[in-house]
Design a protein around this ligand. Structure first.
Ligand code: ADP
Length: 480
């Protein structure tokens, strides 16, 4: 099966979140299963710099408000063929891939991701300049949402899958964008791309795609209801027959404590001594007291309301007096960054904050922490709770989305000691989170119990194989 996988970020070339991890791992897993998957993404500077070589594969003349562009053919580090859209005026700029250095969305994002969507639609349709024609086009998040809309109105009939990695980001733009991007005017209506008078990229994708997926079964149910439907619950529940939740896997070669070059010492379930060396190194690097026995909590996250960092900051003083240590790594909301840093200043040796994006440190936190905090208010899938289970660092998570689908709560009565892998709390309040932390701390001090919880998590299968098979089934049903 030939699949065109369209995405705005791919690890390790460029990453702001879980989408980049999925865009690297899922195509690779499908290729290992014998499918011909190719990835299409924008040519940001860091992408063009990272690729060793590429050739010009096609040329797209300027159409409909979109500038002219070239298509470079290259290959990802793990051998997946890659197409990169070269359009310097849209993609060659310093700053973030969605926002400028000040955290403001690029003003021309509609055109930037309109071009990504359009090129995907051309490659998927009858007028493609390339010989290779996909059986299915797989779109991801709002940045690719116009692809199914363009394809609906063009000859070709190639089916589209639209995957929602986070419904909170929708790509909503002023109504005149419809004509600027040459979408047929008849698409601008409630049964189309219109969303409360504006153009919504994500809604376009959800409306015109042949099948919708999201990244966990629980999130698939949650987005059909008011609380987490972000205004699209009606459309999504109306399409529930074509909506599937597939839990993401993790890249288990990159996230493997037995073979992780970013750790000071590797370890595995039967030989855990190396974990202590990573804890010591983490304490040393973060300026925390070098105490092998004090419980150490880790957090790696975007600093946003979604991720519930504010609740962690609220309980932090109580946490350190438990006693415990806390390491926070992340970036995002300016006020949260400041609060997190102030907290570290107030508790030297006990709390450490690193503001920034640091892949290597994130591995060391997964390995060096004793427990991992993930109190997300909502979480489509979440990856860190899976990494932490793999690293013998039981996660403490809110009962939502993919967290609920991937963590087994240690029940207070202890009957499920042979399956439990972490701790789940019901309400995102400081009270509930701290009660859960206390539950985790008492388990931590029971050494045989803790070893069992660690081993349960480390033995779980979070590989992409199972998830990739489910995607393949969806592709096959559509491509018939
Ligand atoms: P989301 O995509 O909503 O941000 P996920 O848990 O699905 O959340 O994926 C986040 C990914 O980004 C994980 O691989 C996580 O380790 C990584 N990450 C997030 N913030 C940082 C950071 N500051 N430094 C390093 N890695 C980070």
């Amino acid at each position: 099966m030939r699949v065109l996988f369209v995405t705005s970020e791919v690890a390790p070339l460029v990453k702001t979140g879980g989408l980049a991890d999925v865009s690297a791992a899922l195509p690779a897993a499908l290729r290992r299963m014998g499918e011909d998957v190719r990835v299409l993404m924008p040519g940001y500077p860091q992408v063009l710099r990272a690729l060793e070589s590429f050739r010009v594969a096609a040329f797209f003349p300027a159409v409909a408000g979109l500038p002219e562009a070239r298509l470079f053919a290259s290959i990802l580090p793990d051998g997946v063929p890659l197409w990169v859209i070269d359009c310097p005026q849209l993609f060659q700029r310093e700053g973030g891939i969605y926002q400028d250095g000040k955290g403001i969305d690029w003003l021309d994002n509609a055109v930037r991701f309109g071009l990504l969507s359009k090129v995907a639609a051309i490659l998927g349709g009858a007028e493609s300049p390339i010989d290779w024609r996909p059986d299915v086009v797989h779109c991801n998040d709002w940045q690719t949402g116009l692809t199914p809309a363009y394809m609906h109105f063009a000859p070709g009939g190639t089916p589209c899958v639209m995957t929602v990695h986070n419904l909170a980001f929708q790509g909503v733009f002023a109504p005149q964008t419809v004509s600027e991007l040459a979408l047929p005017i008849e698409s601008f209506q409630p049964h189309g791309v219109e969303y409360f008078g504006n153009l919504s990229f994500l809604k376009a994708g959800l409306y015109y795609a042949d099948h919708i997926t999201t990244v966990s079964p629980t999130y698939a149910a949650e987005i059909q209801a008011d609380a987490l439907g972000f205004g699209l619950q009606g459309l999504l529940s109306g399409r529930r027959e074509q909506l599937t939740g597939i839990l993401n896997g993790i890249d288990d070669s990159e996230w493997d404590p037995a073979n992780d070059p970013m750790l000071v010492k590797t370890y595995h379930a039967k030989k855990m001594a190396g974990k202590a060396a990573n804890k010591k190194e983490l304490q040393r690097r973060m300026g925390l007291a070098l105490d092998p026995d004090i419980p150490l909590f880790g957090l790696v996250s975007r600093f946003t309301h979604q991720k519930g960092l504010d609740i962690v900051l609220e309980i932090a003083p109580k946490l350190v007096s438990a006693p415990a240590q806390l390491v926070l790594l992340g970036s995002g909301d300016a006020v949260m960054q400041q609060d997190a840093q102030q907290l570290a200043d107030a508790y030297p040796g006990q709390i450490a904050t690193v503001v920034g994006f640091d892949e290597k440190l994130s591995h060391l936190i997964e390995a060096g922490a004793d427990m991992f905090l993930m109190p997300s208010r909502f979480e489509p899938c979440g990856l860190n709770q899976m990494y932490s289970q793999r690293y013998g660092t039981p996660p403490i998570v809110h009962a939502t989305g993919g967290l609920l689908d991937s963590v087994v709560d240690y029940s207070p009565t202890g009957q499920n000691r042979s399956e439990a892998t972490g701790f789940i709390f019901q309400h995102t309040t400081p009270l509930d989170l701290f009660a859960c932390v206390q539950r985790a701390l008492s388990a931590y001090h029971d050494k045989p119990l803790w070893a069992a919880l660690q081993a349960n998590g480390m033995h779980k299968d979070f590989s992409w194989q199972k998830s990739a098979e489910q995607y393949r089934e969806i592709y096959s049903a559509l491509a018939k």
